[in-house]
Design a protein around this ligand. Sequence first.
Ligand SMILES: Nc1ncnc2c1ncn2[C@@H]1O[C@H](COP(=O)(O)OP(=O)(O)OP(=O)(O)O)[C@@H](O)[C@H]1O
Length: 253
Amino acid sequence: MPVLRGVGLALAAGEQVALIGASGAGKTTLLSALALMQAPLAGRLQLDGRDPWALQRRERQRLRATLALAPQQPPLPPRQRVAVAVLAARLPGMSLARSLRTLWSPPDAPLAQAALEQLDLPDKLWLRVDRLSGGERQRVGLARLLVSEARLWLADEPLAALDPTRAERALAALQRNAQERGAALVCSLHQVDLALKHFPRVIALRAGRVVYDGAPTGIDGDLLDELYRSQHDAPPEVAPLPQPVPLPQAMCR
Ligand SMILES: Nc1ncnc2c1ncn2[C@@H]1O[C@H](COP(=O)(O)OP(=O)(O)OP(=O)(O)O)[C@@H](O)[C@H]1O
C-alpha cells in the first residue's frame, strides 16, 4: 500500500526545509525516497533533472554520493571509533587507498573533531561508538552530515534524543554548515516550535499528503490541530478495568 500520495515538491539548491506532521504521516518515507533508498511506486522523482531510477546502477550510486541521510537512529558499528564513524560519510568521494586509510587511521581526524566540537562533543573522537549515550550517538550521526561532501542533507528527527539546549545548538550547527557549504537541508522535526522559528519553508504532511508548503507564517493553530489530531475521529472506547480481585492472605506475604 502506498504511504505517500500526490506529493509534488521542488527543492532548490541550498534551500532549507522543515518537514512536520504527526507520527506515521510519512516524513521518514519521504526522506528515504529523496535519499534514493526506495524507488517510488508511481510518479516521478528527478535529481539535477535526471530520473535516478532510470540510470544505470553505477551512475545511481554516483548520484547517491551527492546525498547524505542522517537517520533517526544512525546505524553506527558499535566497536568503531567515533572518528572513523564520522569520516565514513566521506568514503563515497574517496579513492580506494584513501578509504582504507580512513578506516584504519583517519588522516582527516581534525575535520571530524571540528564537527564534533560544533555539536558539543569535544572529547569523544577516539571513543568507541558503543560507549556513547543515545543523544551522543545521534549527534555523531549529525557530525557525519557536517563532514560529508553531499549537496543535499536529509536529517530524520535529528533532535529526537537531545535535550532542549543541545537541540537548539545542534540545529543551528546543521543550518549554519549547510548554508556555508551551499547544501540543501531537509529536516523532519517533531519540535514544531523550532521548525517554525528557524526554517524559511515548512512542509506539512498528513496521512501521506502534503497539506501545507510555504512560509512558517502561514501555519496557524487550526492547521496544527488538523495535523496532529488523531487520524481516528473519536477516541476509541476504553473498556472499564475489571474490579480488583482480593488476593488470599498467603499470596501477599
Ligand atoms: N516498509 C513499510 N511497509 C509498510 N508500511 C510502512 C513501511 N514504512 C513505513 N510504513 C508505514 O507508513 C506510514 C508512514 O511511516 P513513516 O515512518 O514515513 O512516518 P513518520 O511520519 O516518519 O513517523 P514518525 O514521526 O513516527 O517517525 C506508517 O503508517 C508506517 O507504518
